[in-house]
Design a binder for this molecule. Sequence first.
Ligand code: GRF
Length: 196
Amino acid sequence: MASGRGSNFQALIDAAERGEIPDADLVHLIVNKKDAYALKRAKKHEIDYTIITSHDKSRREFDQSVLKLLKELNIEIVVLAGFMKILTPEFIDTYRNRILNIHPSLLPSFPGAHAHRDAIKYGVKVSGCTAHLVDEGIDSGPIIMQTSVILSDNETEESLADKILKYEHQILPKALQLLCSGKIVVNGRHVKIKSN
Ligand code: GRF
């Protein structure tokens, strides 16, 4: 699921084409905005897609429409690749520990929609990105993988976003492969990766 540019979606497509996520099948893209650039990427790579607009629906109506589609398509795992909406508890429960999100900070620091701005404002020297499972909170689910980056003295929101994005594109496909291969064991907040 994506809302905009879809560079993380593209990273999944590229990793799949390189054979790096052999246990995943990228079957369908869902966007909640008609003009999401992610759609162009799906078309180019011949991945089916559906637009389910969210601006004209309640959260519950939107989630119900998405869940109906996921059921029809027998979708097992949902990736939020730059999907900028909070899902309802019912949605989360239906896909418990099967929804993956990528977030541009070292969680639990700086959850929410302005992670880069918040990190710079706070004055941190290190930030990064987090691939995590989605629970009912905002960017609060069990952490699968993180990568750090060092901030420079003159870092801007844009430069930090660029710096972190490269690593998002690396860890999201890796986390997806782990999830799809059944190697992830979740115990409360703790995620362990089975070695075989
Ligand atoms: C990424 O930084 C992602 O972590 C955040 O929103 C941005 C989306 O970028 N949730 P893209 O649409 O994947 O290019």
